[in-house]
Design a protein. Structure first.
Length: 262
């Protein structure tokens, strides 16, 4: 008889989380650690500051930190190999980092070609190259890759939610997230016979003390009438990371309060 609670037990597995100190990444790291995974938090925060932030999680299980710049494409593959060897392999890899240029959020007519290319390089290319590297390391051994897409990688933006604010939806975001989602499908097809599952999490808007007008506009559109909490995104990651989703691959899990259905 299946013991369902055991399916979510990640003891004996090593999980890597890029951007693991961010708003969502910290909760993802916490969830994986609490489920029993040796959790390697990867971020660009200085080590001392990172360890201070992670200290509350140390009572939950084995949590570690590695300073890791995913945008350094010339070194990430060798760096990942070294970290896999150091921390006991890779069983779960979560691409959650959110690199972007300082002019991120510029309106479409104001976007410069150099900025567009830099963001594609920093975000889409780093996700793709790290995904490839992680899958190759897990190939034949079993493993699980989870990439972060977005509702705006699946559908076009509703610009009315930005009315009355200075916020906007970056045009490169659509290209980046759409590319990540479809490349994940490619990887799922290629590595499925090799024991690696690949899926996407697509969050809707996550509350982070944004402009009140934006929060009101956004919440009005969502069937659940609110923005997401970081723990709600982390819970979905935990589902995909665990054996609860053992026959799920190549999928795009919308965690958006119903945004994408209306």
């Amino acid at each position: 008889m299946t013991e369902y609670l055991k399916k979510i037990d990640l003891r004996g597995r090593t999980a890597f989380v890029t951007g693991g100190l961010g708003l969502i990444g910290f909760e993802v790291s916490r969830a994986l650690c609490e489920a029993g995974a040796r959790t390697v938090v990867c971020d660009i925060v200085p080590v001392n500051a990172a360890l201070k932030k992670l200290k509350p999680l140390s009572s939950l299980g084995d949590i570690r930190y590695e300073k890791f710049d995913i945008t350094d494409l010339h070194s990430v593959e060798n760096r990942l190999k070294a970290l896999a060897k150091k921390h006991g392999g890779i069983h779960i890899f979560v691409n959650n980092a959110y690199p972007r240029t300082k002019d991120w959020g510029a309106h479409l007519p104001e976007v410069k070609l150099a900025s567009w290319r830099k963001n594609i390089e920093m975000h889409l290319n780093s996700y793709a190259w790290l995904s490839r590297a992680a899958c190759l390391l897990m190939s034949g051994k079993g493993g699980n890759l989870i990439n972060f897409g977005s509702i705006y990688g699946v559908m076009g933006p509703d610009f009315t939610v930005y009315e009355g604010t200075t916020l906007d939806n970056p045009p490169a975001y659509a290209a980046i997230k759409g590319g990540i989602i479809n490349f994940s499908r490619y990887l799922a097809s290629y590595f499925g016979p090799r024991g690696v599952r690949v899926n996407n999490i697509c969050p809707g808007g996550v509350f982070d003390k944004q402009n009140q007008k934006f929060v009101a506009n956004y919440s009005k559109k969502v069937p659940m009438k609110r923005m997401a909490r970081p723990d709600e995104i982390a819970s979905a990651v935990l589902f995909l990371a665990s054996d609860m989703s053992s026959y799920v691959t190549g999928q795009t899990l919308m965690v958006d309060g119903g945004w994408s259905i209306v």
